[in-house]
Design a protein around this ligand. Structure first.
Ligand code: MRU
Length: 366
C-alpha cells in the first residue's frame, strides 16, 4: 500500500545491508510512523509479544525472518530448534505463526548448516510474496460481494461495511484480508463507507484501521465497540467483514475479542457476516474452535489503562479504572460457524463448513 505516494509492505529487508528486518512500530500508530530495525531473533520475539508487529499473517512472516536472523549467527540444529520454539511461544492464538515456523523448519532441517541462513531468507521472502498474492486474491473475491450489494442498492446508496479490529495491509504483508475487498471497491469507484469498531482494549480499529482507511481515502466512521448492534437494528450496516487468527476445519472463527458479539447481532438483524482469510489461517487439525483454540490472555494493564495522544502531543497511557479493581483480558473469542455467512479465501468464497472448505481445498480431504 502507498503512504504519501510511496509503496510499502509491512515487513521488508534493508536494501543496503540485505539482511536486517524492518517493520512499522504499530504501537506508535496513528501518531507516528516509526520504522523499527530488527537484527536478532530475540528482537523479533519481543516485537511480536509487545505487538509492535501484529496481525495473524504478518506475525508469521516476521517470525520467519526471525529464524533467518538467528541462523545468520549460528546455523546449527540446536539454534534452529531453540529459535523456532522461542518465536512460536510469543503468541498462542494465530495459527499463521505456527504455520510459518513449521514451514521454515521443514525446509531448513534437511539442509547443511552452511546453507541454512541464505535458504531461510529466501523462504521467508517466499512466504511474504505468497501472502501478498493470497490477500490480493481475497480482495478480488470479496469485491464480488460488494459489487453485488452495490448493484442491488444502486449507486446513490452507500454500502455500509462494519469491521472489527484491524485486518488491513498493516496486519498482513500487504493488502490485508477484510480490508482488501474494501480497498478494491473504493478504487473502482463503489460508494463504500466503513464502520470501524474501536476494538478495545488496544484500539486496533480506532488506531490502525482508521489510519489505513484514511490514508487510502476510504470513507469511514469510528464507533464504540458497543454501537454495532444498534446500527444494525436501524439498517445502517449492509455487511460485516472481519479477519481471523484461526479458522477450524469446520468453519469456527477465532478473531479479536468482541467479534462473536458482532456475529450475534448480525444474525439477529439478518446482516451478512463474512470472514476473510488466507488458507494459512485454517487449522485443519482442529474441529471445535470453542474448546480447542487457545485464547491469549493479555495483561490486565491493557484494560485498566488506555493509550493515546495527550493535548501536548505526547503519546501517553492513562488509567481508567479505580485503584485495586482487577481486570481480565481475553484477547480473542470464537464465533461458531453457524453464525458465519461465509468465508472469503484466496480460492474463492465458501460456506463456513467442512464441506465448503474442502470444496476449495480438496487436497486437505482424507
Ligand atoms: O491481537 P491482534 O491485533 O494481532 O489481533 C488481530 C486480529 O484479530 C485480526 O483480525 C486478525 O489477525 C486478522 S489480520 C489479517
Amino acid at each position: 500500500m502507498k503512504i504519501n505516494g510511496t509503496p510499502y509492505r509491512s515487513v521488508w529487508i534493508d536494501e543496503k545491508d540485505g539482511w536486517s528486518v524492518h517493520i512499522f512500530d504499530q504501537t506508535r500508530l496513528p501518531f507516528a510512523l516509526d520504522v523499527l530495525t530488527l537484527v536478532t531473533a530475540d528482537e523479533v520475539a519481543h516485537a511480536i509479544k509487545t505487538m509492535q508487529v501484529r496481525g495473524a499473517p504478518l506475525i508469521g512472516a516476521v517470525a520467519a525472518y526471525g529464524l533467518a536472523l538467528a541462523l545468520r549467527v549460528n546455523a546449527d540444529d540446536a539454534t534452529l530448534e531453540d529459535a523456532a520454539a522461542m518465536l512460536a511461544a510469543t503468541r498462542p492464538t494465530a495459527i499463521n505463526l505456527r504455520w510459518a515456523i513449521e514451514r521454515m523448519l521443514n525446509h531448513l532441517r534437511p539442509l547443511p548448516p552452511a546453507a541454512r541462513a541464505q535458504a531461510a531468507y529466501a523462504q521467508a521472502a517466499a512466504i511474504c510474496d505468497e501472502d501478498v498474492a493470497q490477500n490480493e486474491a481475497i480482495g478480488r473475491h470479496g469485491l464480488e460481494l460488494l459489487r453485488a450489494l452495490a448493484a442491488k442498492h444502486g449507486p446513490q446508496k452507500r454500502i455500509n461495511i462494519l469491521t472489527h479490529c484491524n485486518a488491513g495491509w498493516i496486519a498482513t504483508v500487504d493488502w490485508g484480508t477484510a480490508l482488501a475487498p474494501i480497498y478494491m471497491a473504493h478504487d473502482e469507484g463503489l460508494n463504500v463507507h466503513v464502520w470501524v469498531d474501536e476494538t478495545r482494549p488496544r484500539n486496533q480499529g480506532a488506531a490502525l484501521t482508521a489510519w489505513e482507511l484514511g490514508s487510502h481515502g476510504v470513507a469511514h466512521t469510528v464507533i464504540a465497540d458497543n454501537a454495532g448492534g444498534h446500527l444494525m437494528q436501524h439498517g445502517e450496516v449492509d455487511i460485516v467483514i472481519v479477519g481471523t487468527d484461526r479458522v477450524t476445519r469446520t468453519g469456527d472463527v477465532a478473531n479479536k475479542i468482541g467479534t462473536y458479539l458482532k456475529a450475534l447481532a448480525a444474525r439477529d438483524n439478518a446482516v451478512p457476516f463474512w470472514v476473510a482469510l488466507p488458507s494459512t489461517t485454517i487449522d485443519w487439525t482442529v474441529a471445535d474452535g470453542i474448546t480447542e483454540i487457545p485464547i491469549e490472555e493479555r495483561a490486565a494493564a491493557e484494560i485498566t489503562h488506555v493509550a493515546g495522544r495527550d493535548d501536548a502531543g505526547q503519546i501517553a497511557r492513562v488509567q481508567v479504572t479505580p485503584d485495586g479493581s482487577t481486570a481480565a483480558n481475553p484477547a480473542f473469542d470464537v464465533t461458531p460457524a453457524r453464525l458465519v455467512t461465509g468465508l472469503i479465501t484466496e480460492k474463492g468464497c465458501c460456506p463456513a463448513t467442512q464441506a465448503g472448505l474442502l470444496c476449495l481445498f480438496p487436497e486437505k480431504g482424507g
